[in-house]
Design a protein around this ligand. Structure first.
Ligand SMILES: [Zn+2]
Ligand SMILES: [Zn+2]
Length: 174
């Protein structure tokens, strides 16, 4: 869905939309929606600039950072975005500043892609690291066994300090 600025009456409008996960597709290679994304926003036009304030909520599936098991998370995000037309951006003195520094996005001057907003906001709202549970033991880097459900006899990099101390004792004995 795109917001066509020409169709905004009096330069502003409210919109609400529900995106099915398959419409949005994967947000990135690690994040997929498991429930429809609901987005509500107000669009305001000020001269050539456009302000979009709103809220998005959905649920996503990501991978546990340690064991790679799928983890589901609720995602909610409030956003306040500013768009300036590409032509204006290039010709103005602000062009010296990067898009990021200004916290604005450049658009074609005619319409704004709501799907893009949803993807971007979900991406920003998902924490960089997610664990399936606080004390997830992860997978053994040697044999790949899930250490939450089984054990292996591989030498682990991070040996329990108590065992390390015992080992050291043994070595000095012999
Ligand atoms: Zn895990
Ligand atoms: Zn192992």
């Amino acid at each position: 869905m795109r917001i066509e600025l020409e169709k905004l009456e009096g330069g502003r409008g409210d919109f609400a939309h529900v995106y099915q996960p398959e419409t949005i597709g994967p947000v990135d290679e690690h994040i997929t929606l498991t429930e429809p994304a609901q987005v509500k926003a107000t669009v305001k036009r000020a001269g050539n600039d456009v302000f979009v304030d709103g809220h998005v909520e959905t649920r996503v599936r990501v991978e546990c950072d340690r064991c790679l098991k799928p983890v589901e998370l609720p995602v909610t995000a409030d956003f306040a975005l500013e768009y300036i037309p590409g032509a204006e951006y290039e010709s103005s003195s602000v062009a010296a500043l990067s898009e990021e520094e200004m916290a604005v996005s450049v658009f074609d001057g005619e319409s704004i892609d709501v799907e893009e907003i949803v993807k971007e906001q979900v991406l920003l709202a998902v924490p960089a690291r997610t664990l399936c549970r606080e004390d997830c033991k992860g997978i053994c880097p040697e044999c790949g066994i899930d250490l939450n459900t089984g054990r292996c006899n591989c030498e682990s990099q991070d040996v329990d300090p108590r065992w390390a101390a015992l080992k050291a004792l043994k070595n000095t004995d012999s």
